[in-house]
Design a protein around this ligand. Sequence first.
Ligand SMILES: Cc1cc2nc3c(=O)[nH]c(=O)nc-3n(C[C@H](O)[C@H](O)[C@H](O)COP(=O)(O)OP(=O)(O)OC[C@H]3O[C@@H](n4cnc5c(N)ncnc54)[C@H](O)[C@@H]3O)c2cc1C
Length: 458
Amino acid sequence: MTGRPGRLAIIIIGGGASGVLLAAHLLSDPEADIRVTLIEKRQAFGQGLAYSTTLDDHILNVSALGMSAYADDPEHFWHWLERTGRAPDKNPRKLYLPRHLYAEYLAGILDEMRAREAQSGRLHMMSEECVSAAATPSGVAVDLANGTSLVGHIAVLAVGHEEQPLVGKDIAIRPGSEADTPVDPDADVLILGTGLSMVDAWLSLVAHGHRGHVVALSRRGLLPSMHRKGNPIRLDAADVPLGTELSYFVRWFRDLVRTTVRAGGDWRDVVDGIRPFNQKIWRSWPPSARRRFIEHTRAWWDIHRHRMPPDLHERVTQAVTDGTLELATGKLVGASREGDAIAATIKRRGAPGPETLHVARVYDCTGITADLTTGTNPVVRALIDRGLARPDPLHIGLDVTEGCAIIKADGQPSERLYAIGPLTRGAFFEIEAIPDIRVQCSMLAKNLTERARMAQAG
Ligand SMILES: Cc1cc2nc3c(=O)[nH]c(=O)nc-3n(C[C@H](O)[C@H](O)[C@H](O)COP(=O)(O)OP(=O)(O)OC[C@H]3O[C@@H](n4cnc5c(N)ncnc54)[C@H](O)[C@@H]3O)c2cc1C
């Protein structure tokens, strides 16, 4: 399956946004002597968890000017919107569009690539689940759920987010998953988590005419903040403290916010100004600082970093004010089925004892994988079981090098297996959104096409 002899065969496992972006970056060099095989278990490519929704209310949390597939062509998405007659008469910097439009954009990129590469044979797409991958002496072997195998030179894992619930297994479900069947509109619902995924789940309920009470529960009960266009501060790399204790860094950050606000700016100017350095800061921290950040600072960071567009923020805060959406601070301590209903026992912070809620549905919107080794993706499990990959020290992703090579159980980086996107969050942390993923894809594509060139020359 490697096509023309000598051609570097790259298998991308997972055809969500990350897989499609990598394919687009790889094939953007018409001279690259490569063959890209993109494997996706869903019917549709370019959708994955984030962009498979059809609801207009599920909007992008990055403005239209931030969502281009190419960092060096930031208006690419906007131009596609204009070309296809979908660009509203609004400032694209303040425009937050439905996420299904982004799925259409990625599908358009794939269609263009397919047409362009029809003669060259450089792009192949397969709708199948990948169940395992392994490095062989001459390349990689990838097994599919239909019992067939593919061989190539390089495999890149782009399998994205864990799709199974992390909390309350067998009771909770992920919004938008197959198990997410219609709920009785008058029944009460519990949502675990109070971040953007919670807002998504609540919007789906509202869109389906839900009238029952909705409780959103998290340890801190914090709602994401609102976007406001400001002027991100300009930081020099030398200004940013690297490799310090977390407490020192947090103090530096708070001082910077105070100074910025005193000078007439906004805290968002600091959060957005520091963004280009986020991966560098994360990588400079020892595992102990990263762990402390995840445990103590992340919830607070997330609500400032992952914000809601103003209109949506207003809708959600109105629902909280009028009581149809309740934000609860505490944790789930138990859950059991009662016929079609669920008895969910929660402990609110400061309450004398637990309380049982009788709900029709529990949604898990708690975010990132708590422990990759308990994840359900067969290809990730197979790699870990064979020692061909290992979890990062926090177990929130796979351990990878700065160049995205998967690090084996013995600590050696693989020369044939790579990972991109949310699966690499342990190494980069700020690698969930398109503006970061596209840079990662560009970097890896450059490295792999260079490798193809060297193989050709040698
Ligand atoms: C609800 C939600 C909304 C978001 N909104 C935004 C936004 O507005 N802007 C932004 O920049 N970012 C947003 N993000 C961040 C998001 O993580 C990225 O934008 C992007 O979707 C990540 O894509 P991915 O392909 O890495 O992961 P996923 O979207 O999880 O896609 C992974 C793909 O791999 C496939 N797959 C998995 N395992 C296998 C296997 N074994 N074999 C074959 N195929 C497999 C899956 O079917 C899926 O299609 C959002 C995330 C979520 C969850």
